[in-house]
Design a protein around this ligand. Structure first.
Ligand code: CAA
Length: 466
């Protein structure tokens, strides 16, 4: 079977941001809560003339230009998003339209693709499906591009408001990738009908059950991880010796990042789950000084666990103490910390969050001088509603060709800080889309929205501003 994976990835981040100190002051929140409790310093905000389709196109154009790709090299363009623009017309059709302004009318005609939706996890399904399209040799020698693009916008004054952000990541999926080859036969999923976070038709912001969504994320990723573990052991990908945990065989973790702190909590949850039956756990408990609390009903539902306030309080305390141990700290610093850097200065990107985390990990580990070839990255992807996917990949020996050129500062570029007043006007959609805050430069932007005549209703037109 051909070796398939990620050859390169390019990002696009809008040029406006909101600073956490301004936000904290305006909302009467301790800035330390945002900096340490959530893990946010700057939230990327879209301008009036930007949407998820033009961010996706900007990321894809960067990817194509950097790799000297012509549309003929690409057989599929997928967009995974939960910031859809039309109930029927797929976002990748808008993207192809924009790219054809550069590469010529009809230049993508030979290709295919769809828009994918399952909250923040759909990009992972899109990657997996496209990897299998190549493995099945249906690709006629062509690569696939999977773009994850989203605007995380919450109600003003809600607790979700400080977990906003926006941006896109375009991933080049091909045979013999330079960056990372996916491990085969181990990708694992879980799915359940849930209402932790959802956005009914016509609503711009989601309805969120915050604490429920946090716990559901942890439990869902853990379930998918259990299935991954079973497959990894059965397939011989990972061989466990006595006293070992599967987490010992994963060199880096990249997980869904609605906010930085959620990544830290996900790692803590996973390590507790994987370690509590191993000999090392007694050393962990000794360092913490208390045993792990148990819920009244160990087989209870998420609701019953959340309602068990005594347990929840004790468990939160235990989790915080666990995160202070040398055992957690060693894994966190070595295997996760670098993947969280980008999240703190960009915010939530929904579908794109985990892939921005991967990008962050690669760049900052490389800058630290870590030798990455042969290292396994374990992914914990979560989408509300809900589904999780756990899979892994191994960094290829040619990775330096790609990673040495990564520069987050340059990619994010100079950004304009918004005042709270400007931010709130944008949030309320009070500025016309033609009245952008910054002047676009070398990027696609929205130039026409809807037609004058009824037959053009819903039309969105974009231009490349050089
Ligand atoms: N200094 C330092 N830390 C402080 C502090 C202070 N002054 N005050 C509070 N904190 C800490 C708290 O102790 C807490 O830390 P721990 O997690 O270690 O306990 C942290 O700040 C968060 O505070 P709260 O527990 O009070 O939480 P909140 O009311 O601010 O809500 C949230 C947090 C539930 C995540 C909310 O932002 C939210 O609803 N966000 C949207 C939903 C979401 O992101 N869910 C995540 C899972 S679902 C998903 O992942 C899909 C997706 O992309 C949305």
């Amino acid at each position: 079977m051909p070796v398939v994976g990620i050859d390169d990835l390019a990002i696009y981040i809008p040029k406006l941001y909101l600073d956490y100190k301004d936000f904290a002051e305006a909302r009467g929140i301790d800035p330390q809560k945002l900096e340490y409790g959530i893990g946010i310093k700057k939230m990327a905000i879209t301008d009036t003339n930007q949407d998820s389709a033009c961010m996706a196109s900007n990321a894809c154009l960067k990817l194509m230009q950097r790799n000297h790709l012509h549309p003929q090299d690409i057989g599929r363009v997928y967009v995974a998003t939960e910031s859809s623009l039309d109930e029927s017309k797929a976002m990748n059709s808008f993207v192809v339209g924009m790219l054809e302004q550069i590469y010529g009318e009809g230049s993508f005609e030979h290709a295919g693709g769809i828009e994918c939706k399952f909250a923040c996890v759909s990009g992972s399904y899109a990657l997996y499906d496209n990897a299998n399209w190549i493995r099945a040799e249906e690709n006629n020698g062509k690569a696939a591009v999977v773009i994850v693009s989203d605007i995380a916008k919450y109600d003003m004054g809600s607790t979700g408001e400080y977990t906003q952000g926006a941006g896109a990541v375009a991933l080049l999926v091909k045979e013999k990738p330079r960056l990372m080859a996916f491990d085969q036969k181990v990708a694992s999923t879980t799915i359940k009908n849930e209402y932790d976070f959802y956005r009914p038709f016509g609503k711009e912001t989601p309805l969120v059950n915050g604490s429920y969504s946090n716990l559901l994320y942890l439990i869902s990723v853990r379930k998918a991880f259990d299935a991954y573990k079973e497959k990894a052991i059965k397939s011989g990908l990972i061989k466990l010796k006595d006293g070992e945990s599967i987490t010992d065989h994963i060199d880096f973790f990249a997980v869904h990042l609605p906010y930085r702190k959620m990544g830290e909590k996900a790692l803590a949850y996973l390590l507790r789950h994987e370690w509590r039956h191993l000999p090392r756990w007694k050393h962990v408990i000794k360092e913490i000084g208390t045993t792990e609390p148990q819920p009244k009903d160990a087989r209870g539902t998420i609701e019953s666990i959340l309602a068990d306030t005594q347990f929840m309080k004790a468990d939160e305390q235990f989790r915080r103490a666990f995160m202070q141990t040398s055992f957690y700290d060693e894994v966190y610093e070595k295997k996760m910390a670098t993947s969280l850097e980008a999240s703190a200065i960009i915010g939530n990107l929904y579908t794109a969050s985990m892939y921005m985390g991967l990008r962050s990990l690669l760049e900052f580990e490389f800058k630290k001088g870590t030798e990455l070839a042969g290292k396994r990255v374990g992914f914990g992807s979560y989408g509300s509603g809900s589904s999780a996917m756990v899979f892994s990949g191994v960094i290829e020996s040619e990775y330096k060709q790609v990673v040495s050129k990564m520069d987050l500062d340059e990619d994010v570029g100079p950004r304009q800080k918004l005042s709270m007043e400007e931010y709130e006007r944008l949030h309320r959609n009070e500025r016309a889309f033609t009245d952008s805050v910054v002047r676009a430069h070398k990027e696609f932007v929205l130039v026409k929205l809807g037609g004058i005549t009824a037959d053009k209703a819903g039309f969105r037109e974009y231009d490349y501003v050089s």
